[in-house]
Design a protein around this ligand. Structure first.
Ligand code: XMP
Length: 518
């Protein structure tokens, strides 16, 4: 296993994910707890992540002593490299020219880190500091225009540093460099499989939930909560009850379809549907602020869960279930809270997945997918036998259509959006392009636009079409849909959805925009 020590970079978990893609187990550990971790775990190598601090500033995260003491190979990335160089006696200073974005790097050809990699390749840089003087015994093994020490190695063949980020996809040979480190330098084998991951999650759930403990799961019918359900079902069998809440914020026909698909997949999975449309609409009446919408939805969700838990316990004659499973995945975590953390349990708090959960919640949270990216979750689901139709579904946010209609949520606006969205998705599927885009949906804008229909002037709603291509939902490109398809969707929406006279196409990348509009 490779330990990835987190110094606060946005990309720390991405490093783990890349190593797992190389089929080598990797775990993220915070720099503050790395000493304890390295003391008790069998590691073949350590990667030090980047981070936002400067190594020469008082109070900056420091190098845990056991990283060097352990005697295994170490690869420092960006801040991690600067920290290593400083710890070994080198000097780090602010760079006169900061390097952000693409850069060309030339390596010297003498290091195992660059084995079988062409001399010059394109990498991704993001740093304001740089190593000015190397410690004794270290040499530069690659340079870019802004960094004479773009990659460094110690004479012992054990310590390496990269000023650029091999984990981001813009570093063209990044995976090969990481592969050289984990296979060639650390001597790891390809032992990491989704079965192992599933087994580890199942073992972990069994340890946490006592033999007579009941578990509730917030089922949305999306990929994440369905995969979480399949995992937890493997772990605790019929002691799992999935609660599927129809909050009125779902897409057209979704409630029926989700129940049908999941019951077909596994008739033994216990699912309790709850109709709470009125409750949610009442809570959302007059609320336009997106965060307040999320909070209200989150609170209502939890109150429904508490009510259902008490009701089920009454019916079963057992204690009220203490555990609640959520299908939170890594991008939900990184975008709403701090990066590294405990892999499974934590006190419940406001976060991206359900949003605005109250702090007085009486459940212990189980989030088995918390450290995984979407495509890893899909692979895990496939390994657990979930049907492709379910695994291929685009993600859908917990607060549903409420965050796809800036402004107030009303039943009428929901129906307008549902219709427009259904047309968009139907046409995408008809053109066989549903899986060619990673997320596609309609948004109902809070503006009225002037139009002309027949001989009359109209003042009606505007619908935006959003389709994105992304691998991890943390950055995204807008999908170049064929114009004929866009034209067909637009024509159908203005003709078939009452109250809409204009359709626009969202051509924004993330960042600076987000995927959703709220
Ligand atoms: P953004 O809009 O932040 O979305 O670029 C990234 C991914 O997260 C989903 N998303 C949410 N999912 N609750 C969720 O469960 C939320 O409040 C929420 N907001 C955004 C979004 O659909 C996209 O897949």
């Amino acid at each position: 296993m490779i330990a990835v020590v987190d110094f606060g970079s946005q990309y720390s978990q991405l490093i783990c994910r890349r190593i797992r893609e190389l089929q080598v187990p990797a775990e993220l550990v915070s720099w503050q707890t790395a000493d304890t971790f390295l003391d008790i775990r069998e590691v073949r190598g350590v990667v030090l992540s980047g981070g936002p601090a400067s190594v020469y500033v008082d109070g900056a995260p420091s190098l845990p002593a056991s990283v060097l003491a352990r005697g295994v190979p170490v690869l420092g990335i960006c801040y991690g490299m600067q920290l290593l160089m400083q710890a070994l006696g080198g000097r780090v200073e602010p760079a006169t020219t900061r390097e952000f974005g693409q850069a060309s790097v030339r390596h010297t050809g003498e290091s195992a880190l660059f084995r079988d990699i062409e001399t010059e390749s394109s990498v991704w840089m993001s740093h304001g500091d740089r190593v000015e003087a190397l410690p004794d015994g270290c040499r530069s093994i690659a340079a870019s225009q802004g960094s004479p020490h773009a990659a460094v190695a110690a004479a012992d063949g054990r310590i390496f540093g990269l000023q650029f980020h091999p984990e981001v996809s813009h570093t063209v040979r990044g995976m090969d460099i990481l592969g050289n480190f984990v296979y060639g330098i650390c001597g790891c084998d390809t032992t990491w499989t989704t079965e192992e991951l599933a087994d580890a999650c199942i073992r972990d759930i069994r340890t946490r939930v006592p033999a007579d403990g009941h578990v509730l799961l917030a089922l949305s019918g999306g990929v994440d909560s369905s995969v979480a359900a399949a995992l937890v079902h493997r772990a605790v069998g019929e002691r799992l009850t999935c609660i599927f809440v129809n909050n009125g914020l779902l897409r057209m026909g979704e409630a029926d379809q989700v129940l049908r698909d999941l019951r077909e997949w596994n008739p033994r999975l216990r699912i309790e549907p709850v109709d709470a449309v009125e409750d949610f609409l009442e809570d959302l009446a007059g609320v336009a602020d997106p965060e307040r919408k999320r909070t209200r939805i989150g609170h209502r969700f939890v109150r429904i869960f508490e009510r259902e838990a008490a009701r089920l316990a009454g019916a079963w004659g057992t204690e009220v279930p203490r555990f609640l499973v959520q299908g939170t995945i890594y991008p939900d975590v990184i975008e709403s809270a701090s990066g590294s953390g405990e892999a499974h349990a934590q006190t419940i708090k406001t976060h991206h997945n359900v949003g605005g959960l109250p702090s007085d919640l009486d459940f212990e949270l189980i989030e088995p997918l918390r450290m995984l990216f979407k495509d890893e979750v899909r692979r895990l689901g496939a390994g657990l036998g979930l049907p492709a139709s379910l695994l291929e579904r685009h993600p859908f946010p917990g607060p549903g259509l409420a965050v796809r209609m800036p402004g107030e949520v009303t039943w009428e606006r929901l129906e307008t959006l549902r219709r427009a969205d259904a047309i968009f998705l139907e046409e995408l599927r008809r053109a066989n392009l549903y899986t060619a885009t990673d997320q596609a949906f309609a948004v109902l804008l809070p503006v009225q636009s002037v139009g002309v229909m027949g001989d009359g002037r109209t003042l009606q709603n505007v619908v935006a079409l959003r389709a994105v291509s992304t691998s991890d939902f943390m950055t995204a490109e807008w999908t170049r849909l064929p114009w004929d398809l866009v034209a067909q969707v637009s024509t159908r929406i203005v003709n078939e959805v009452p109250g809409v006279n204009r359709v626009v196409l969202d051509v924004s990348t993330k960042p600076p925009a987000t995927i959703e509009w709220e």
